[in-house]
Design a protein. Structure first.
Ligand SMILES: NC(=O)c1ccc[n+]([C@@H]2O[C@H](COP(=O)([O-])OP(=O)(O)OC[C@H]3O[C@@H](n4cnc5c(N)ncnc54)[C@H](O)[C@@H]3O)[C@@H](O)[C@H]2O)c1
Length: 284
């Protein structure tokens, strides 16, 4: 395996903002979602990890439960399909009795020119980058409204803001709409004790997720044909020439720290906001 380029965030958290709280993290079998699940568990949360990779998400939940001592369950299913997000929320309520925080992290990293998408893949890219989030939000709102408390944190991305090529579906449609959804849904549920915010990574070393056997090229998000080698080479060259002010990729723990704030009770007066955690790739 190639060696990792980034180092885990050095400062261990002393926060315990999630004692007694229940968090659902989507796309948590691997990558950033796995690291977010671990971070909120370290702060005291019980966590439901949801992912279309059923076996892998269950394995991740077992490993993280052992590592953190937290209560964790892994639930399989494609969140873009009708009923799956509702079943995930029901499972969290059955197991843990409430849902305080939803982190919409699941996405399918399909990067190619718009002209090169087949009709079928274009539709799937919208399903896996827009519909999964919409369905998860709808499913989680009823219990959050009932308890008059909730935190929704959407994982965006900066590629749409800085015009990175090959990202029309993933970022232009997927992440651009995520920011709009964040603001409008925040306005809709503000009076019901629910906040909605968005955290956008720039370039992220998501393989540095702490898994003893990181998953590089399998799973819904990592079909190698969705980011052809020529595209990857071009993106790497662009990354080298483009201005990431901090001059390196993010380690997932650096993004998870921002997510943990927005998802916690502490972020009580912040809603409808978008925070880039992108090393200065986009400055405002
Ligand atoms: N990797 C980066 O450089 C980068 C940059 C900016 C933003 N992001 C965003 O960060 C988030 C995590 O990215 P990552 O690099 O860890 O990706 P990843 O591909 O490693 O993980 C995404 C996970 O989501 C799951 N998933 C995808 N669609 C799903 C669905 N419909 N239902 C259930 N599970 C589903 C996949 O199986 C996978 O486990 C994504 O929202 C991504 O767009 C990543």
């Amino acid at each position: 395996m190639a060696s990792l380029k980034t180092a885990a965030f050095e400062l261990k958290t002393h926060c315990q903002r999630y004692d007694g709280r229940v968090v659902i993290v989507t796309g948590a079998a691997q990558g950033l979602g796995r690291v977010i699940a671990r971070r909120v568990a370290e702060e005291g949360a019980s966590v439901l990890l949801a992912d279309v990779q059923e076996a892998r998400v269950q394995r991740t939940a077992e490993i993280l439960a052992k590592e953190t001592g937290a209560r964790m369950i892994g639930v399989g299913g494609d969140l873009s399909e009708l009923g799956v997000a509702d079943a995930v929320v029901k499972r969290a309520l059955d197991e843990f009795g409430r849902v305080d925080t939803l982190v919409n992290n699941a996405a399918a990293l399909i990067r190619m020119r718009l002209m090169e998408f087949t009709e079928e893949l274009m539709q799937k890219a919208v399903d896996w980058n827009v519909w999964n989030t919409l369905r998860a939000c709808r499913a989680v709102l009823p219990p959050m409204i009932k308890q008059n408390y909730g935190r929704i944190v959407n994982i965006g991305g900066e590629a749409w803001r800085v015009g990175v090529p090959y990202h029309t579906l993933l970022a232009g449609v997927g992440k651009g709409s995520m920011v709009g959804l964040t603001a409008t849904l925040a306005g809709e549920v503000a009076q019901q004790g629910i906040t909605v915010n968005c955290v956008s990574p720039g370039a992220l070393e998501s393989e540095a997720d702490g898994d003893p056997e990181p998953n590089r090229n399998v799973g819904l998000g990592r079909d190698p044909s969705w980011t052809p080698k020529a595209v990857l080479d071009d993106l790497n060259a662009l990354g080298a020439s483009r201005a990431i002010a901090l001059g390196r990729l993010a380690h997932p723990t650096e993004v998870a720290a921002a997510v943990a704030f927005f998802g916690s009770p502490e972020a009580s007066y912040v809603t409808g906001q978008h925070l880039g955690v992108s090393g200065g790739l986009a400055m405002i």
